[in-house]
Design a protein around this ligand. Structure first.
Ligand code: PGA
Length: 255
């Protein structure tokens, strides 16, 4: 069994067009020979210019969110076809900031996943428990319901185009990552939930990223865990050299 190792940046609401294109110019030569797949979810305004800049490189550009409708009267929203049109290859769905700041639930995330896959966008589905859910021993129940509801109606074949990202809410942007042991235990749990839904073959070939305060100095210990197949990185993805240090740390992954 060989899973892809994927290191992704999530820029959130950072970077103008010139900053984004400069970043791509800086990063592309550094990852020329990388064994790891590298992608960045950029702000909507940067998708087109960053994709153009990344055209002949190993870097994939994607989006951080979208609406599930194909078009319509949804002021301020964006459709899957528009993301594809601008050059996005994937979209992050269900990020905790969307769930908690914008009140998006797993049913909405599920509709978005269906829409994204219909348009040929790969999906990074984020799941994770809050600090109080973690302390109350609710981790498994929360992850199970987020995964099951978000993936309702998604086929085993479609799972090949999905990455799961485990992002404990208490670790995002806090400088307090899950320990490699806790992350491993939770990734294993997520894989078991996927096995329950789709069987071993799908579960064992699914890339599961860890996200939440990943930095160059903790990436190596995290990636050395058997069920951690990559990283989803916020803050530390904003500088090309720092992001590249994490990519290099993940280059050592062996299965
Ligand atoms: P962080 O964010 O790396 O800044 O903790 C991760 C994320 O929100 O995807």
């Amino acid at each position: 069994m060989k899973r892809s190792t994927v290191v992704s940046g999530n820029w959130k609401m950072y970077k103008t067009v010139p900053e984004a294109t400069q970043f791509v110019q800086d990063l592309a030569p550094l990852i020329k020979d990388s064994q790891v797949k590298v992608s960045i979810a950029v702000p909507f305004t940067a998708i087109f210019p960053a994709s153009m800049e990344a055209k002949d490189s190993n870097l994939l550009i994607g989006a951080q969110n979208m609406h599930d409708a194909s078009e319509g009267a949804f002021t301020g929203e964006i459709a899957a076809s528009m993301l594809c049109d601008a050059g996005a290859k994937f979209v992050i769905l269900g990020h905790s900031e969307r769930r908690h700041v914008f009140n998006e639930d797993s049913h909405f995330v599920n509709r978005k996943i269906h829409a994204a896959l219909t348009h040929g966008l790969n999906v990074t589905l984020c799941v994770g428990e809050t600090e109080s859910q973690h302390k109350d021993g609710q981790r498994e129940v929360i992850l199970k319901s987020q995964i099951e509801m978000s993936l309702e109606g998604i086929t085993a074949e479609q799972m090949k185009t999905i990455i799961l990202a485990y992002e404990p809410v208490w670790a995002i942007g806090t400088g307090n990552p899950a320990s490699p042991e806790v992350a491993q235990e939770t990734h294993k749990l997520c894989r078991q939930i996927i096995t329950g839904l789709y069987g071993d073959e799908v579960a064992n070939s699914l890339t599961i990223q860890y996200g939440g305060s990943v930095k160059p100095d903790n990436a190596k210990d995290l990636i050395s865990m058997p069920d951690i197949d990559g990283m989803l990185i916020g803050g530390a993805s904003l500088k090309a050299d720092v992001f590249n240090q994490i990519i290099e740390a993940c280059n050592v992954k062996e299965y």
